[in-house]
Design a binder for this molecule. Structure first.
Ligand code: G4P
Length: 530
């Protein structure tokens, strides 16, 4: 197959949602269609418990499995689909943000009963920063949820995205009869079944056809006619280009658990979802069609089994063809490396692969060479950008409980933060170490892993900081600021200066008092996420 065809064949995406909206269920149904799994429940059993606040041993137990389910590749109608999993637990939100840098589009699942929820907002904000195309799947139509027009309104307002319904529900809850597909003018009748893989579809090109009345009853048929007229007046034809630019999001309605509306979602997805897209680096934009291989690491997974200490680095191929046993340049270390056992995630088997193409995600065994964001090329020195670090929400000081193990602690904390488990801030001109995380769970993970893997014991002292802001600006002004605010200025892992603000009030005051200094809430100093 030609190189262009290999690229055109691929779709790399993630499903995002607030926990419990139905991400796992939808994933599972998509995998069933792709033949990647044979029975329902296969994905579910791997799911990390979402509600437990301190259930991290369980997470560790499942880590082995979750490596395999981090990326799920399958073929559907001659399209190679790479579905990247994102953790459900909110304490692992950073992991999700990073995974979103490796996809070309997302499917957003919204619970029709709960509407837009907290994590939905954050995730969509991250997508908007990169103009990632979004398809919305309104799930749980078999339950009495919000009215569809109200829901669209809520999603548009709350998430600041423009929607374009491609299907429209006929009632909901017990009365739910199905959806009318506006994209290909067919009626999809609802049957509550967890097993069905084919939907019950009746083409109805003309809505005035009496077949509609026969299928759903006169009252609902008339309501649908009214709704569709309104929708067509408001939305017209879907502008696929606008979708691809992340400006408008098609919407589908369905019920994942009943496997309803999933096939039409998938069919439309493979038709309109973007093929592997270009990626920006600090030097230039890399097009997927370029002949030379490039890629970046967006996730690192540690193996907790003490007999197998190596880690797995997940690489997204951005351009060219990746080949096994070939030397590539590790740009940050300026070192040539080759990989004898790269593997793919096709059908959830870890298969050693000979080659990979743009859009593919491959697993590379790593003995500590990689950090999140590392770039591999055929020789050109550059760094892929767009993998920002956000300000943590919880800060704690790392306390060494065993001075005999200081070296191990230093090494351990560096390696764990390379993996992206947490952020490490070191006192500017000192040795005090502060760990920043999104959730409490990470502190437990760090403490446990430092002891298990590095033999170092530590504890944490809570600190009441509100946000970490990377500071840039006039050199002299920054130096003065650092001198005055010594106890609040730290360095991140790459030596960038970071100001730790005690509260929003302090941050605003410092912003006002220091107009020549910029306070950024992401490490890439682009769009701020406050
Ligand atoms: P998540 O990954 O986004 O966290 O959600 P997940 O798929 O685990 O779904 C959360 C719950 O919602 C599950 O129920 C699931 O069965 C249910 N669900 C998913 N899709 C639908 C749907 O279309 N309609 C209805 N009514 N429910 C749906 P659970 O009780 O938490 O788990 P389980 O015991 O059913 O496995």
């Amino acid at each position: 197959m030609s190189y262009e065809k290999e690229i055109a064949k691929r779709r790399t995406f993630a499903i995002i949602s607030h926990p419990d909206a139905g991400k796992t269920t939808l994933t599972e149904k998509l995998l069933l269609f792709g033949g990647a799994i044979q029975v329902a429940g296969a994905v579910k059993s791997n799911k990390i418990k979402k509600h437990a606040t301190s259930d991290f041993m369980e997470i560790e137990r499942q880590r082995g499995i979750s490596v395999a389910t981090s990326v799920m590749s399958f073929e559907y109608n001659n399209t190679l689909i790479n579905l990247l999993d994102t953790p459900g637990h909110k304490d692992f939100a950073e992991d999700t943000y990073r995974t979103l840098t490796a996809v070309d589009s997302v499917i957003l699942v919204i619970d029709s009963v709960n509407g837009v929820e907290e994590q939905t907002r954050k995730l969509v904000e991250v997508c908007r920063m990169r103009d990632t195309p979004i398809i919305v799947f309104v799930n749980k139509m078999d339950r009495d949820g919000k009215l569809p027009f109200d829901l669209l309104d809520e999603i548009e307002k709350e998430l600041k995205i423009s929607l374009h319904p491609l299907s429209w529900p006929i009632n909901m809850g017990k009365e739910f009869k199905g959806v009318y597909n506006l994209y290909n003018s067919s009626l999809n009748l609802f049957t509550a079944s967890q097993k069905a893989t084919e939907d019950n579809i009746v083409p109805i090109p003309d809505l005035n056809d009496k077949v509609l009345d026969a299928k759903v009853g006169e009252r609902d048929a008339n309501q649908l006619r009214e709704d569709v007229e309104l929708l067509q007046g408001v939305y017209g034809e879907l502008d696929v280009e606008a979708y691809l630019k992340g400006k408008v999001s098609p919407v589908f309605f369905g019920s994942a658990v009943n496997n309803f509306g999933v096939k039409e979602l998938l069919d439309t997805f493979i038709q309109i979802a973007p093929v592997p897209q270009h990626r920006d680096t600090d030097k230039r934009t890399v097009e997927p069609t370029e002949a030379k291989f490039t890629g970046f690491i967006f996730k690192i997974h540690a193996n907790l089994d003490p007999r197998h200490r190596d880690r797995v680095a997940f690489l997204r191929v951005c351009s060219g063809r990746f080949a096994r046993n070939t030397y590539y340049k590790h740009c940050r270390l300026e070192k040539d490396m080759r990989f004898s056992n790269p593997y793919s995630f096709l059908a959830r088997e870890k298969d050693i692969i000979e080659e990979a193409y743009p859009g593919d995600v491959i697993g590379l065994f790593d003995t500590g060479n990689f950090k999140i964001g590392d770039t591999l090329t055929e020789g050109e020195i550059m760094q892929f950008t767009g993998i920002p670090v956000f300000s943590p929400e919880i800060f704690k000081e790392l306390v060494n409980k065993d001075p005999m193990k200081t070296k191990q602690l230093e090494k351990g904390i560096r390696q764990l933060t390379d993996e992206g488990v947490a952020q490490l801030f070191t006192q500017h001109g000192g040795n005090r170490k502060i760990i920043g995380c999104v959730g409490e769970l990470q502190f437990e993970v760090i403490q446990y892993r430092l002891l298990q893997e590095y033999g170092a014991s530590c504890s944490f002292t809570p600190l009441s900081f509100y946000k970490a802001c990377w500071i840039t600006g006039d050199k002299k002004k920054v130096e003065d600021f650092v001198r005055f605010k010594q106890s609040n200025v730290m360095e991140d892992k790459d030596g960038n200066l970071v100001y730790l603000a005690q509260s929003e009030w302090f941050l605003n005051t410092e912003r006002q008092n220091n107009p020549d200094i910029e306070f950024h809430t992401t490490s890439e100093f682009k769009t701020a996420m406050v």
